[in-house]
Design a protein. Structure first.
Length: 295
């Protein structure tokens, strides 16, 4: 199976599993339930669950052990996008080529949908869907909680909001994105590794360093595409970060400097994997995919 087939397989699997874990819809379903489905099923690259599946499989795990962590991390990501798009945050009208959740429904419903998706993610991890040993189950819950809250994604978003109109140093910019984007990507890899069973701490540390590198690389490419992409391809307004006067890698380093920096993070990611066997080629390919993507 080639790389594109594996990606498609992972996407199909997480999409199908999330559909079974979401509250069922009927003609009498509330707007909340419809908004939850809308937020999760309206497309997306599924990079985070793909990383969970790929890491676990590289370590020999059966995909059934990875379904709950993969779905949980994508639900948390979906909730974060719903909230990030709100008028009180980034005030965006378009996401993945479709109206944002608060535009399709309303602000109150979007807030509740995000809240409910976050809660569902942790309910899923705490359930028996994944058949993991209790100590690993608890550790996975802790990892996703840390990555989502004041030690991770929420802190990064807070820094992002506070930094509008400011000129950040490279260290400060990377600190922001290590939290806002990188924390959930690192959690995706960590959860996949833990779901796969017991492994030496050195292996877990190596995979975490890899995830940290691709997390930064992912954000650098996002910043570049905000300058070079187009709205139709991106699925969101091109130039929105520039319009909001947000600190970005191209603004700080210039477009070519940002491209060089993205290549550097890619090389760092591959270097972290250099001593790992061919079963980890999927992670090497994913670093290429993240750096070469067009949306």
């Amino acid at each position: 199976m080639d790389f594109e087939q594996r990606l498609a397989g992972y996407r199909d699997r997480v999409n199908g599993k999330m559909a079974t874990f979401l509250p069922p819809l009927s003609d009498s379903s509330t707007r909340l339930r419809k908004a939850m489905h809308y937020a999760v099923t309206n497309g997306g690259k599924r990079v985070r669950p793909i990383l969970t599946y790929a890491t676990g499989e590289a370590l020999g795990a059966d995909l059934s052990l990875l379904d709950a962590p993969a779905c949980a991390v994508e639900m948390v990501h979906a909730y974060s996008l719903v909230h990030d798009d709100l008028p009180a945050m980034d005030d965006d009208d378009l996401r993945r080529g479709m109206p944002t959740c608060h535009k399709q429904f309303d602000e109150a419903t979007a807030i509740l949908a995000g809240d409910a998706l976050q809660a569902l993610a942790f309910t899923l991890l705490a359930s028996d869907h994944n058949a993991l040993a209790p100590e690993r189950q608890i550790r996975i819950i802790q990892i996703l909680g840390d990555a989502s809250g004041a030690n991770g994604m929420a802190e990064g978003q807070a820094i992002d909001l506070e930094s509008v109109g400011q000129s950040l140093s490279l260290d400060a910019l990377e600190n922001m994105h290590c939290h806002k984007t990188g924390a959930l990507i690192r959690a995706s890899v960590q959860m996949g590794a833990l779901a796969a069973g017991e492994h030496p701490q050195g292996m877990l540390d190596t995979l975490d360093r890899y995830a940290g590198a691709i997390g930064l690389g992912f954000q650098i490419v996002d910043d570049i595409l905000d300058v070079t992409g187009d709205t139709q391809t991106l699925g969101k307004p091109q130039g929105s970060d520039m319009a909001m006067n947000k600190p970005t890698y191209p603004a700080l380093l210039g477009l070519e400097g940002a491209r060089r920096h993205s290549r550097d993070t890619h090389e760092q990611a591959l270097a972290h994997l250099q001593d790992l066997p061919a079963s980890f080629d999927i992670l090497r390919d994913l670093s290429n995919y993240i750096m070469d993507r067009t949306y």
